[in-house]
Design a protein around this ligand. Structure first.
Ligand code: SER
Length: 319
């Protein structure tokens, strides 16, 4: 991993992953790929090259790969689950047509490719507790359909052409730099913003709904570690379950109230997101990731909550 293209570099994951690779992988050059309207700014723009990289423009992507001699592509372009239900054809276009463009370029030019999968790749028939690595994947959301297809197509390119595709199934990701947009797990990010700003939080997910969640530093570490893992140890490729914490809304609110007792919450359940959440695992079994590339998270709900509150207080200059 030396010359890296991050597609979606201004999104929730990309904005932090681009900077982490630039900082931590010695000798790396990371191109921040973006689409018009989501231009990189500040340190992201100043610390390295940036190029328009629309997954639907195969020629444009190939030109970037040639220009920077890209060897690794992080394909982070996606519509999240709730938005994908509103715009299923656009989700298909970005997630599937975009992916095949990237895989074809990777095949021709010898790039490794990381395209994240998700807890969204599972469905109602999947065992919800201790969801195994290899199990039933029959999601009913368009987001989930594209994620299962992403896993299959990525494995297909590995087996048929030897393209070095690898990935992880991310839980809901909690971060304090860039907000997610239109996911089912977004509540677990937004409640921290409300808590720190002293605003009432309106929760779209009902009490008792367990989902896997992860703090962004662990997710970034996973995204890098899987791509630099010893390939001879990998039995699986697309994609690995990774887990660090599982909770339902009341447990998260109780944890935040240990530090911000004034947090006020009201439920206004969104039926679309609730149906999606009900179909997703309560908690995934990540033993294959632990065995095959030494995956191990660092944050639990308490350490994440302390870090989130500190970071957001600094961000909004609240003491
Ligand atoms: N966080 C995503 C979503 O809620 C799941 O991968 O859509």
């Amino acid at each position: 991993m030396k010359n890296v293209l991050v597609i979606g570099s201004t999104g929730q994951i990309g904005s932090e992953l681009t900077m982490k690779i630039r900082r931590e992988i010695a000798g790396s050059q990371v191109v921040a790929g973006y689409i018009p309207g989501a231009e990189p700014k500040g340190i992201l723009l100043e610390s390295g090259p940036a190029e328009i990289a629309d997954v639907r423009d195969a020629q444009g992507l190939a030109a970037i790969v040639d220009k920077y001699k890209i060897d690794t592509i992080y394909n982070l372009a996606a519509l999240l689950s709730a938005v994908a239900e509103r715009k299923p054809l656009l989700a298909w276009d970005i997630q599937m047509n975009g992916l095949i463009n990237i895989l074809e370029i990777a095949r021709e030019k010898g790039c490794a490719v990381f395209t994240p999968s998700s807890i969204g790749s599972f469905g109602p028939e999947t065992p919800h507790v201790g969801t195994p690595q290899d199990t039933i994947q029959r999601p009913r959301s368009m987001y989930g359909v594209t994620k299962v297809a992403t896993e299959l197509l990525s494995d297909y390119y590995f087996h048929k052409y030897g393209v070095d595709t690898r990935s992880v199934r991310f839980p809901g990701l909690i971060s304090n730099v860039t907000l997610p947009g239109g996911g089912t797990t977004d509540y677990a990010v937004e409640v921290y913003y409300s808590a720190v700003k002293g605003e009432e939080f309106v929760c779209p997910i009902g009490p008792g709904t367990y989902m896997d969640m992860m703090y962004m530093p662990d997710a970034l570490k996973a995204a890098i570690d899987i791509m630099i893992a010893d390939p001879t140890r990998l039995i699986h490729r697309n994609s690995f379950n990774i887990a660090s914490m599982s909770f339902e809304p009341e447990q998260l609110f109780a944890k935040i109230r240990e530090y911000i007792p004034s947090l006020k919450v009201r439920y206004e359940v969104d039926p679309v997101r609730q149906a999606i959440a009900n179909s997703w695992p309560d908690s995934m079994d990540d033993s294959c990731a632990r065995a095959e590339w030494d995956w191990k998270p660092s944050f639990d709900m308490d350490s994440m909550t302390r870090d989130m509150i500190d970071a957001l207080r600094k961000k909004f200059a609240i003491s």
